[in-house]
Design a protein around this ligand. Structure first.
Ligand SMILES: [Fe+2]
Ligand SMILES: [Fe+2]
Length: 149
């Protein structure tokens, strides 16, 4: 598997782990962890939307996958916005978090088992190297911004 996908899958794993820790105790949520999950997911989706999906959308065989993924990102962003808006009571927060967890699980499963293997089939190593480089610098830049806060 190309390093570009390994990078994305590693981030999926981290998000799933954070969700599992967060939802271990549903009586009281760690708001800092909610924030971390939301920020990381947003950055991950920004990265895919900027460097991966526009490139694959240009290929006829992958246009539909790109469109579907983007729509799923939109649904996740909507939930993230509500979770970070700070106007939810405990039950609302719990329900939105569980919805987001389910959405993300479905979405990453599709990316990992259907979309990424298909991209790997249709793109050369050089093209994937370029996408990987772009994503890596985007991630480093985002981490730098966070550590400066
Ligand atoms: Fe995605
Ligand atoms: Fe992803």
């Amino acid at each position: 598997m190309h390093a570009a996908f390994k990078l994305l899958i590693q981030e999926h794993k981290e998000a799933k782990k954070d969700f599992a820790i967060l939802l271990e105790n549903k009586d009281e949520f760690d708001t800092k962890l909610i924030d971390k999950i939301c920020n990381e997911l947003t950055r991950h989706m920004d990265m895919e939307e900027r460097y991966l999906y526009p490139v694959i959308a240009k290929k006829k065989a992958l246009k539909e996958e790109a469109e579907e993924a983007t729509l799923e990102h939109d649904a996740a962003r909507k939930l993230i916005k509500e979770l970070q808006g700070g106007k939810l009571d405990h039950v609302e927060r719990k329900v939105k978090l569980e919805m987001l967890q389910l959405d993300i699980e479905h979405h990453v499963e599709e990316e990992e088992t259907e979309v990424f293997p298909k991209i790997e089939e249709h793109f050369s190593k050089e093209q994937l190297d370029a996408i990987h480089d772009d994503m890596k610098s985007f991630k480093e830049q985002a981490q730098l911004t966070i550590s400066k806060r």
